[in-house]
Design a protein around this ligand. Structure first.
Ligand code: SAH
Ligand code: SF4
Ligand code: F3S
Length: 435
């Protein structure tokens, strides 16, 4: 018997890439590959890449540079590039880095086994098409192995919104939803394998239309699965929060009180130039409706500073929006011009202005985040335990609000849900005691 081949996958970018990497590893498993967590002993290295900002894309080339020695020492080693850089740059990757054997775009992962076979036969294999079929249906079905209590499940992919700064509509293609029946059966399968919490993923997850009642309908369907305790979803666009989905935040117990709802900027002028298709008031009204049904909802957002033509007044309106909303967590970025997007053609602000604004924005967001976290002290939350902590007898898990919570919890295992009283708030996490 020959030893199984080893596959090393390195994942960049969003949670959808994390999910895709899992599925690719499983598909390659049925081709006789086992996962390894080091590139040094791999027979195949696959980089699952992100193109969202310049820095993200450049990481791929520097990582590939590191594999030169490995490839020289082991000529049979195959190197593949998957994900959004693969989609955006295709053949150029092979030109810039001739050691790359395989390039596969996000919609073609079901063709990975065949592409790998071609690479092994010494060919250069490339597939960046947007085929009609559902890639997940053509990937090997998921193995029955036990897994951790929290899992991602992609329900929707692609985006039709075309925000003026964003590459996603080009790298992931048009919005496509997976049929609800398939998602429900994948979810039941995950629950049988030990999963208690599922995070539904989509670039525009609330535009999901694979269920006749949209994402709200799908969530209610999932809530009926015994053994599934928690449901989350990400990432949402404000314009796709329909009535039923808002209502679900009030009446669906398994839907967690945490919502990632990016707004990007707080000035109507910039929102318009970003092609976000809503105003700051639309966003405030939406949040009021959500908080009316779920007053303890923790909100999270994404912000871009230094978008072309953003003035000091525009930026002040972003800070003002943040003050009003009070975010439980947030991600913020300096605008990065991306090839092929409309905003990249406009006059750009200087790096110094972007740096200064990012600094001020992050200071405010950190203060808010910390204040909301500190306000948890004294409260009783429910924690889904995920893994042992650093100290003996300690377990770490997540509260409903996605705060990490450390607890001295002898006898508690990963996957258990327990009531916990929060006793202390640290820089990045909470400490609690079993209630
Ligand atoms: N579909 C999601 C997220 C897309 S990408 C949404 O609509 O919110 C994740 C985040 O990256 C975006 O929310 C945005 O804040 C940021 N981003 C996207 N393109 C960017 C760019 N060119 N420069 C800086 N940040 C960007
Ligand atoms: Fe990008 Fe906008 Fe689509 Fe989000 S909604 S993926 S930011 S184009
Ligand atoms: Fe990056 Fe592609 Fe996700 S560009 S953020 S990996 S959709």
């Amino acid at each position: 018997m020959t030893a199984p081949k080893k596959l090393f996958i390195k994942t960049y970018g969003c949670q959808m890439n994390v999910y895709d990497s899992e599925r690719m590893a499983e598909a390659m498993g049925s081709q006789g590959y086992v996962a390894t967590d080091s590139p040094d002993d791999a027979d195949m290295i696959l980089l699952n890449t992100c193109h969202i900002r310049e820095k993200a894309a450049e990481k791929v080339y520097s990582e590939l540079g590191r594999y030169k020695g490995l490839k020289a020492a082991k000529p049979d080693l195959k190197i593949g590039v998957a994900g959004c850089v693969a989609q955006a740059e295709g053949e150029e990757i092979m030109r810039r880095q001739p050691m790359v054997d395989l390039v596969v775009g996000p919609q073609s992962y079901h063709r990975l086994p065949e592409l790998t076979a071609r690479a092994q036969a010494g060919e250069k294999a490339l597939d960046t098409e947007f085929p009609e079929e559902d890639k997940f249906e053509h990937l090997a079905s998921r193995p029955k192995a036990k897994r951790g209590p929290s899992a991602f499940l992609t329900v929707q992919e692609g985006c039709d919104k075309f925000c003026a700064f964003c590459v996603v509509p080009y790298t992931r293609g048009a919005e496509v939803s997976r049929p609800a029946a398939r998602i429900l059966s994948e979810a039941r399968d995950l629950v049988e394998r030990g999963v208690r919490e599922i995070t539904l993923l989509g670039q525009n997850v609330n535009a999901y239309h694979g269920h006749e009642r949209g994402l709200g309908g799908l969530i209610r369907g999932l809530a009926a699965i015994d053994g599934l305790a928690r449901i989350r979803f990400t990432t949402s666009h404000p314009n796709d929060m329909d009535d039923d989905l808002i209502a679900a935040h009030g009446d669906c117990e398994k839907l967690m009180p945490y919502l990632h709802l990016p707004v990007q900027a707080g000035s109507d002028r910039i929102l318009k130039r970003m092609n976000r298709q809503h105003t700051r008031d639309d966003y405030f009204r939406l949040i009021d409706r959500l908080r009316a049904v779920r007053p303890d909802l923790h909100l999270s957002g994404d912000f871009i500073v230094g978008f072309p033509e953003e003035t000091d007044e525009d930026f002040a309106l972003t800070l003002d929006l943040i003050e009003r909303v009070e975010y439980g967590s947030a991600f913020s970025f300096k605008y990065s011009p991306r090839p092929g997007t409309p905003a990249a053609e406009r006059d750009q602000l200087t790096e110094a202005v972007k740096d200064d604004r990012l600094h001020r924005l992050q200071a405010l967001l950190t203060r808010q985040q910390r204040a909301l976290q500190d306000a948890m002290v004294g409260r009783v939350v429910t924690v889904l335990f995920e893994k042992p902590g650093r100290m003996t007898g300690q377990m770490v898990g997540k509260s409903e609000y996605l705060h990490a919570v450390h607890v001295q919890a002898e006898g508690v295992s990963a996957g258990d849900l327990r009531r916990v009283r929060i006793v202390e708030s640290g820089p990045n996490s909470l400490r609690g005691e079993l209630a």
